[in-house]
Design a protein around this ligand. Sequence first.
Ligand SMILES: [Zn+2]
Ligand SMILES: [Zn+2]
Length: 495
Amino acid sequence: MEPPTAPNSHAMESIATSNRTPCSRRRASSSSAPYETPASSSSTLSPESVASSSAPSSEREPHTEINTISNTNEVVLTKKICPYCDFEFKTFQNGRRHVFQAHGLRDLPAKAMSGFRPLVYNSSNLAKYTNQGKTIVVKFACISCPMAFEEKAELARHVDCQHVFPTNMSMDELPAGDHWLIGDEDMTLKFYDYRCMCLDTIRSATPMTLHTQFNELLAVSGILVLQRRNYYESLPVDTFGPGLLQAARASVLARFDHSLFDHAVQSKIQVILSNYVEDEWSGTKTRLELLTLCEAPSTNAGSRSVLLAIEGLLAFLPAKIAHCSNLIPDDLEHTANRPDYKVGVYASSGYGFAYTNAFGEVKRSPDISPTLLVKDFYRLCRFAKDAIDQHNLANVLTFQAVGSVITFFVMSLLSPHVYTMTEVKRIRLPTKKSDALDLVGHLGDLLFVADLFRNHCIPSLKDLKAWTCPTLSPLFLEDTTLSPRKRPFDLTLDN
Ligand SMILES: [Zn+2]
Ligand SMILES: [Zn+2]
């Protein structure tokens, strides 16, 4: 594969804003109360961590020290494990270094242990306290404060809410320059304000559900979803009116070149597919003709990508969808899951992995619950954002295939703390031979996606570090239950 080249320069509107007011809280429901950890499952570790009080656990106050609250026969051993992956560390300093290096989280505060040391979960302590007849309670220790938790998801939630995302987010957190302007509207400021509200919502005790609140959950990680349709139920319409979102989506898409599909090649494809549909040519002959056209000197790089895509698709007709699989070993170790599809780019100087610039999620049946689809979509957002953050990519292409419909999205970090996840094209693939000619109608769309991928999903010339913001941990979400559908689904993935 070719070495990464610089992206086309985009005319990014920027201002040096003088608006440094504290973030406003527009919604009464967005409580700014500090996040409270459930009393039954967290505790502040104390010297020796051996319990001595007889008060029942249900009466525990949050943040109380555990040696004052339970019986003397109980001993708490703390595990030193990363909140976001299974990495175990020996010292909290190493833990914070790991979180910085592996998960890109900067400036986590050092642990204040106020002079005592918790008992560590290890084989010698296990043996020692088991021999003493103690009941051993295992907890996960926070890397930045004296608290510990029974569930790892709670630890992740705590670290996110208390240490990763500023507890008092103000406009001062936002870099002043390079704001994204749509007409008179400062999208960067607006979105930041919205993020502050979402963070408050997340900190409040109300459990959030992914499928009804995915916009809020994504916004906390700095991701703004721009769908083709203009009605967004879970985005506040007073802040993001339909007209503004439509203009925002158009503004993102305008950054990508839009070449027309070569007319001569299009005519040839039409002839080839007609012969196939009319049973004049076999599937093999058809594919050979497409590949021959692909190799013709007059065929440009964009048309070539589209021809290869069509050739690949014909190999699987009749079928529900094109075949996708895990092609490349995981490079994003900390991600709890992996996408169904990803494209790895390898440096031309050798065989070293460079970056992943495309991800896909595939559901073969169109009859999938909206909850699962939105979960897939959320995962795609996370994979794409991780790739941008880790490899300084200008854009990342993603697609979600549901039955025979493929929706392409592009994620772009185009302003401080604003990652747009923009719907690019939606294409219904033919599932039977007689519909193969439908592909001719999609050539322009396929070319747009191919050009976007080849020309724009590459490392940025600009160092984007200052524009990045933290991502809500995946474990945090395991806490948010996937409840049954209660109101219309926000993310439309079918026509
Ligand atoms: Zn980790
Ligand atoms: Zn903590």
